[in-house]
Write a protein that binds this ligand. Structure first.
Ligand code: UDP
Ligand code: MG
Length: 317
């Protein structure tokens, strides 16, 4: 850290936030100015269709610390985060949402925790005023399953984090195509510091995560952190075998003692159960194969169609 204070990078994935963006940028900039820190603010437009990019171009013309990266289409928040993290130059990087649900006022506290020797600072949600009952139940179920299957406890974590440049170097060594930012930052290890924040209400626009997409996101996170579902299938297979053997012996006994037709119900029931277990198993195996397929294709995580505020040429990572 230099005497003039740290040089910080802030990465914000942005999707259809044209009305909100200038408030967010102002809030972040005023924290930086107040603390007297130099910074770069990387806004990644994740294929917005509402004039977000024009807004980024406008803001970057006014504020030279702002740099815009435009993805060629909507690649999802994870890819947008990757695009930002691939370009950061700061001694520490802060990742946060564009809707001010991650309050910039927490940043100074995060920086102090980082300066006291924690290369990763997780901002943990204290309370969430927006979530309804179903969403809370879903989130609890997801984190519970993930914790049991992969030993990652992500219950209160969010994508609001501060990462030291060393962690960014480690992040760049991860080559998987489908990233799960929260999980991977837990996976890299190192000392994690904590700060707490209240999730504010969204002031403009709506959440960009339809229920179905959240469910897909949760499944993808579990698949990338645990092969346990496949082992569950094997265990189920053995359990069914254990049930099947005595039933088969009983059926044979009935046959030899002349009560063969009694077994009819059993056969039908067994067929149904085994059929469904087989289908579930194939589904789970299929999900992993699909994942292998995605990784093997080795496609770039995202494509960039435009840049502003920096002088680099568009490329893909
Ligand atoms: N976002 C994105 N790509 C997407 C969806 C969302 O870059 O496909 C951004 C969005 O602009 C915001 C952040 O990800 O900065 C979190 O999105 P949102 O507020 O909709 O999620 P929630 O707070 O409901 O979890
Ligand atoms: Mg939000």
């Amino acid at each position: 850290m230099s005497e003039t204070g740290p040089f910080l990078s802030v990465v914000v994935p942005v999707f259809n936030e044209a009305r909100q963006l200038s408030f967010t940028v102002d809030a972040i900039a005023s924290v930086m100015v107040r603390e007297g820190w130099s910074y770069e603010l990387i806004l990644v437009d994740d294929g917005s269709g509402d004039g977000t990019w024009q807004e980024i171009v406008r803001i970057s013309a006014v504020n030279t610390a702002v740099m815009g990266v435009k993805l060629s289409r909507n690649f999802g928040k994870e890819a947008a985060l990757c695009a930002g993290l691939d370009r950061v130059k700061g001694q520490a990087v802060i990742t946060m949402d564009a809707d001010l649900q991650h309050p910039p006022d927490v940043i100074p506290e995060m920086v102090r925790v980082w300066q006291s020797g924690f290369p990763i600072v997780d901002a943990l949600k204290r309370k969430h005023c927006r979530q309804g009952f179903v969403q809370r139940l879903g989130a609890r179920g997801f984190y519970g399953v993930l914790r049991r299957l992969s030993n990652l406890d992500l219950r209160k974590t969010s994508d609001f984090k501060l990462l030291d440049a060393r962690i960014i170097a480690a992040w760049r060594m991860l080559s998987e195509r489908e990233t799960f930012y929260r999980g991977l930052i837990a996976w890299v290890g190192f000392k994690h510091g904590e700060v707490h924040f209240d999730v504010a209400k969204r002031t403009q626009g709506a959440s960009k995560w339809p229920r179905l997409r959240l469910v897909q996101y949760a499944i993808s996170a579990i698949l990338s952190f645990s092969a346990m579902p496949m082992q569950v299938v094997t265990t189920l297979g053995f359990v069914f075998l254990a049930v099947a053997i005595p039933l088969t012996l009983q059926t044979l006994y009935n046959k030899f003692t002349g009560h063969a037709s009694d077994g009819f119900t059993t056969v039908i029931t067994l067929q149904l159960i085994i059929g469904s277990v087989l289908m579930i198993s194939l589904g789970i195996i299929g999900s992993y194969i699909a994942r292998i397929f995605e990784e093997v294709k080795n496609r770039p995580r995202y494509l960039i169609s435009d840049l502003t505020g920096g002088n680099e040429k568009p490329d893909a990572r």
